[in-house]
Design a protein around this ligand. Structure first.
Ligand SMILES: [Zn+2]
Length: 455
């Protein structure tokens, strides 16, 4: 897309339309209450939170993008001065907050009565000048319903177009990074808290995000969680009125800003409020390589227990949970991440096969240009391969539809017609039985489904 038309999470002058993926500080640098440069497109929930983050913001500049719906926009080409039409769509990035307690979330089965929230989004742009996807920050957890839905939305939205440019969240684009799902990590954190039934607990969080984790803890332990006043305001804006408090006397669990999660803070709490443990949910500590050459992220448990030294800022590692640390303050690094790990990024790129790929994170020394690992999945040939896979898939669907379906006898369906090479077809990692496919297309004939999916 020609420069001077659209900016995503970039706020310099010179664009005609500005898109915000989510409200984390590294995506809003340059945005302020004094914003006047043009319309700002964002999700409905982000629009709700903007006045809280930027008091006095001119909300008449906000343009709400409904998730999953195509929107059209007409801009002017800076070079030809002609009108340029394109459409765009916002897709759930599963970053912050994730689809809380809706039918896409792992917590859905346990707490089905809380609202569905989508704040962070990716943007897909399609127009005369090509097709571009900007992920913002995103998590693409294998086997999650959110990812399954996202995959279907992307395949449908791209149709038979090549994806010319993918702007990718490359925060953990390195084979070093291997995380469990947030479901697994959440349960690990609850286990840690339950293993210290008499201790104060301090959890490090940002000003936005990890609400699903906090709610999970609150629900699992039937306990409110202390948050600081500004964070409570955000929780209320998100619709959570019951699980959080600013009264320290009501709970032993506190969520504090990440910047104040320090060894001396924990030591002081340990000294003045009684036994205290800290929990740092993050992917970042796991980048640290050990002296034996193994990375911390290679730990089977994805939980790392450390104890705070009396020297501010330093710590020593305790091997294995439950180690005897005497009176020293303990804290746990738990591999809970709202960004995709390496294998998830790989799966995402294998799905999309863009012509070009660009990492959106370059400020951290550990960030790697995604072309280094995934260049072989990019380029015009790869993009055409993806399109051909989709056309083949649609042809298979068409053939399945016209296959003769005989009536059911004794509860067993019989399908005749073209001989199939095998019982299953594979489309971008989605393995679907042909009997199930026919079941979906049977136009009223009842077919015993034998669908099985694997990734
Ligand atoms: Zn973020």
């Amino acid at each position: 897309m020609e420069s001077g038309m659209i900016s995503v999470d970039r706020w310099a002058a010179g664009s005609q339309a500005y898109f915000l993926t989510h409200l984390h500080a590294d995506h809003t640098a340059g945005l302020s209450a004094a914003w006047r440069r043009g319309p700002l497109f964002c999700s409905r929930l982000t629009a709700k939170l903007i006045p809280c983050k930027f008091p006095g913001f001119d909300v008449s500049l906000l343009r709400i993008v409904e998730i999953g719906t195509w929107h059209s926009l007409s801009l002017t080409s800076p070079s030809s001065r002609s009108s340029v039409e394109f459409v765009f769509k916002a897709i759930d990035a599963q970053h912050c907050p994730v689809a809380l307690f809706g039918d896409q979330n792992f917590l859905a089965t346990e707490f089905a009565d809380l609202p569905l929230l989508i704040c962070s989004v990716m943007y897909l742009f399609r127009g005369e000048s090509g097709c571009t996807l900007h992920t913002g920050d995103f998590r693409w957890e294998s086997n999650s319903l959110g990812t399954e839905n996202g995959r279907a939305v992307l395949i449908d939205a791209l149709k038979d177009q090549t994806l010319d440019t993918l702007y990718l969240d490359n925060t953990y684009c390195n084979p070093q990074y291997s995380f469990p799902s947030r479901e697994v990590a959440s349960k690990q954190i609850v286990d840690i808290i339950m293993s210290h039934p008499n201790d104060e607990v301090v959890i490090a969080i940002d000003s936005l995000g990890k609400e699903d984790l906090l709610l999970y803890i609150s629900q699992a332990l039937s306990m409110k969680i202390w948050v600081w006043p500004e964070r409570l305001q955000i929780m209320h804006l998100l619709g959570f009125h019951e699980n959080f408090t600013t009264q320290t006397s009501l709970t032993r669990i506190r969520a504090i800003p990440r910047y104040s999660f320090k060894t001396d803070t924990l030591n002081k709490l340990n000294e003045f409020r009684g036994p205290t443990i800290g929990i740092m949910p993050s992917g970042m500590p796991w980048a640290v390589a050990r002296k034996d050459g193994n990375t911390v992220g290679a730990s089977a448990s994805h939980v790392n227990e450390k104890e705070c030294s009396k020297n501010p800022g330093s710590c020593s590692e305790i091997h294995g949970l439950g180690g005897n640390s005497g009176n020293a303050t303990k804290y746990y690094e738990v591999h809970y991440s709202d960004h995709s790990c390496y294998s998830e990024i790989q799966e995402f790129i294998e799905l999309l096969r863009p012509v070009n790929i660009k990492g959106i994170v370059s400020s951290r020394s550990c960030c790697i240009n995604p072309r280094y690992y995934f260049g072989h999945l990019c380029g015009p040939e790869q993009a055409l391969w993806r399109v051909q896979q989709k056309l083949d898939y649609e042809e298979d669907l068409r053939r399945a539809e016209v296959a003769e379906i005989k009536p059911i006898a004794d509860g067993v369906s019989h399908v005749s017609g073209r001989k199939r090479k095998n019982d299953h077809m594979n489309f971008f990692g989605i393995r679907i039985s042909r009997v199930s496919l026919l079941g979906r297309l049977s136009r009223g004939a009842r077919i015993t489904s034998t669908e099985s999916c694997s990734e």
